[in-house]
Design a protein. Structure first.
Length: 324
């Protein structure tokens, strides 16, 4: 009599379910990490022996004892709901007893046109090109880094952003001032790509089932990243050696240093470039619906926040002191 194979561990089941749904590697890592924390918090009890009350206790602990941000608590909740719905196939009752983390009402940090110029001057090389793209096209940092060569339409001055937030595609503007340096960058990038091909590499990671549908696509120039890494790395899921895109942490570090070197005291981050793009577009008189489409906001109310930070004084009024 042969022994039946052991059931896969719960975290391996989570990974398999995530990959079947084609979630990103970052989502996989985050979900697995939060599920681990949940299990450890309850004395390593198996999730199938727990339910809504244990989930509520853990999420409340994060808000009350750990004082996490609302977005962090929401991520933890999403991970646990995924575990119960997609792995254990259990529907949790509505989590009404959770103490919610407070979501602060903050206006976005925005740089002036002059401050943006100062930061871009302090950035160098590829980082300057990325910074110009974030500000000039209103892109999120990962949208820029995940950009593929054929997503840049030089003739139409457009950039196609694939699988953005909400898994939606959108089109934004390609700034005229970035065309020449971007062309030069891609010429150098292509040389490295062709060298990779000669050495037996040159394949790039493709999302979802595209690699199976188009078996030759991973080695085609059009699918290569616009901002590839300086070194090849092994895919943690497949073991295949690819040249992935530049890591966002590298640009975040360069941005912090550039802000300091420019003598700017604002807590500016790469996302500040996107905020500045939206604000300066509105200051230039562009319709808010146009800005909404370029940013990829599902609701115009999200874009409306930039009307509160326009450079027109508080609420657009003139101080009586300025009339003296």
């Amino acid at each position: 009599m042969t022994n039946s194979p052991a059931a896969p561990r719960i975290l391996d089941q989570v990974r398999d379910a995530i990959r079947r749904k084609h979630y990103s590697i970052r989502t996989e890592q985050a979900y697995v990490d939060w599920i681990k924390r949940f299990i450890v918090f309850h004395g390593k009890t198996h999730p199938k022996n727990m339910g809504a009350s244990e989930v509520e206790a853990f999420l409340t602990h994060l808000a009350v004892d750990r004082d996490v941000a609302a977005s962090t608590q929401n991520l933890a909740q999403s991970a646990l709901l995924f575990l119960y719905r997609n792995v254990l196939h259990l529907d949790l009752p509505w989590l009404t007893a959770v103490v919610r983390a407070k979501r602060p009402s903050k206006l976005p940090v925005v740089l002036s046109v002059e401050e943006v110029a100062q930061v871009l001057v302090e950035l160098t090389g590829t980082h300057r090109l990325i910074g110009r793209l974030l500000y000039g096209a209103g892109m999120r940092i990962l949208e820029a880094l995940r950009l593929r060569v054929h997503d840049v339409d030089f003739g139409r001055h457009e950039i196609l952003i694939r699988d953005g937030r909400g898994h939606k595609d959108r089109i934004t503007v390609l700034p005229v001032g970035i065309i020449r340096p971007l062309h030069a960058h891609l010429r150098e990038t292509r040389k490295r790509y062709e060298a990779d091909l000669r050495e037996g590499f040159g394949e790039v990671w493709l999302p979802h089932a595209l690699a199976r549908k188009y078996p030759f696509a991973p080695r085609e120039w059009g699918w290569q990243y616009v901002f590839p890494s300086d070194r090849r790395s092994r895919d943690p899921r497949t073991g295949v050696i690819h040249r992935h895109h530049i890591q966002d942490q590298a640009f975040q570090s360069a941005m912090r240093q550039a802000v300091r070197d420019a003598g700017i005291d604002k807590p500016a981050t790469p996302h500040t470039m996107r905020h500045s793009f939206a604000t300066h577009m509105l200051e230039s008189g562009y319709d808010i619906r146009t800005v909404q489409e370029l940013l990829g906001h599902a609701n115009v109310s999200t874009t409306m926040i930039y009307t509160h930070v326009l450079n027109r004084g508080g609420r657009g009024v003139v101080s009586p002191l300025d009339r003296l």
